[in-house]
Design a protein around this ligand. Structure first.
Ligand SMILES: [Zn+2]
Length: 126
């Protein structure tokens, strides 16, 4: 992942500087530069929504339902809890007391995906 850089942005006019200054050289306002983390260009394109994806309120009658593609894990109860399966690209936090079967559920789901030819990575911090 590319490194993030900080910059100092004037809260009055939006001018940015690499170093903090007491007075904005663009608009002359004192104490208006605030340190901000600049998101690398590559990340902006990859992970941040563009202007067209910003949420805009609209009447419920204008809302178009979209179908979410889910992959069934082969474990009926787990799929039910997930709303029908795992959504591609999503993240699921599976929590529980030690020995309750979290790893077993995930290994079973991974085996199910592997049987279907879906590449699966199981990673554990234990
Ligand atoms: Zn300024």
């Amino acid at each position: 992942m590319p490194k993030s850089k900080t910059r100092f942005v004037c809260q009055n006019c939006g001018h940015s500087e690499a170093k903090w200054l007491g007075k904005c050289p663009a608009c002359g306002t004192w104490d208006s530069l605030v340190e901000e983390v600049a998101v690398p260009q590559k990340l902006q394109k990859t992970y941040l929504p563009d202007e067209t994806l910003k949420a805009v309120p609209k009447p419920i009658s204008k809302v178009v339902e979209t179908k979410t593609v889910r992959m069934e894990t082969g474990i009926r109860e787990f799929d039910r809890v997930l709303g029908g399966g795992i959504v591609a690209g999503s993240l699921v936090l599976l929590g529980g007391t030690p020995g309750i079967g979290k790893s077993t559920i995930l290994l079973d789901a991974g085996l199910h995906f592997a049987d279907k030819g879906i590449k699966t990575l199981y990673e554990s911090g234990e």
